[in-house]
Design a protein around this ligand. Structure first.
Ligand SMILES: [Fe+2]
Length: 258
């Protein structure tokens, strides 16, 4: 089974040229590549920062572009998103009883669990008691299925001081849940705008690249305005091959965009 991992599309309104490269144009190029070579994918999972400011006209742009994907898609928010306009634009996206954009579904024998880690008006992420309660129930209801977790914010320091300062802060609580739920096979993340991977608490993870532009690879500076760009990344997406056992092969693909 193949699925596509898109992240950090950072869309502005269609005619807004204020943050180059134009995120709509880079996403068009990414989707063209996905549709030409990966139209056989079961689903496209989009791990947040769909828009740059969470404005309705930016979500309108997202609706228009995501509709051109050759396969269905599912979404969670990132720190640049705002729940209410996001759900208004994508009314088919489920949310839980507390309004968090948490949802799960079974695809190809795998449970895809999508977690809302955002904190309104902040860039770091968290999971609060209500969200952990939802996650525990979701996992208990599908304990027999290999499970992938998707969330925008990484739950660990990656050695990138700026991004580490805005990671998901409830790592101890999440680690305990991973320990109790060995059916969790893999974690898919966003937020870093970089093709990164590793193992956390014994669980492998991949961070999706941004379909717009990469974050500087800067292991020295903590302030965003001080980051030094050494080798700009191209617009990027992930191709994931899996099977009913939850094995994962993750390919990062870039598209040419000048
Ligand atoms: Fe982002």
């Amino acid at each position: 089974m193949k699925f596509i991992h898109l992240s950090d599309t950072h869309l502005l309104a269609r005619d807004d040229l204020s943050r180059p490269p134009h995120a709509g144009e880079t996403l068009r190029a990414v989707i063209a590549e996905i549709n030409e070579y990966h139209a056989d994918a079961e689903i496209c999972v989009i791990t947040g920062d769909i828009t740059h400011h969470g404005r309705p006209e930016q979500y309108d742009h997202a609706v228009e572009l995501f509709a051109t994907l050759a396969m269905p898609f599912i979404i969670i928010p990132g720190n640049h998103d705002i729940r209410e306009p996001m759900l208004a634009a994508f009314p088919e996206t489920p949310s839980d009883e507390n309004g968090f954009i948490n949802h799960g579904q079974t695809i190809g024998g795998i449970r895809f669990v999508m977690l809302d880690t955002i904190v309104p008006d902040a860039h770091h992420g968290t999971l609060c008691d209500a969200r952990f309660d939802w996650l525990k129930r979701e996992l208990a209801n599908h304990r027999d299925l290999p499970t992938f977790l998707f969330m925008h914010h990484p739950p660990l320091d990656m050695g990138l001081p700026f991004l580490d300062s805005i990671r998901m802060d409830a790592d101890v609580e999440l680690a305990a849940i991973l320990k109790d739920n060995p059916q969790i096979k893999h974690i898919f993340l966003g937020h870093l705008h970089r093709p990164s991977n590793g193992i956390w608490q014994g669980i492998p993870f991949n961070v999706g690249g941004s379909s717009q532009k990469g974050e500087p690879f800067d292991m020295r500076h903590e302030k965003e305005e001080e980051l030094v760009e050494r080798a700009p990344l191209k617009p990027m997406f992930g191709i994931v091959l899996t099977d009913p056992s939850g094995n994962v092969r993750y390919h990062y693909e870039t598209v040419q965009f000048d």
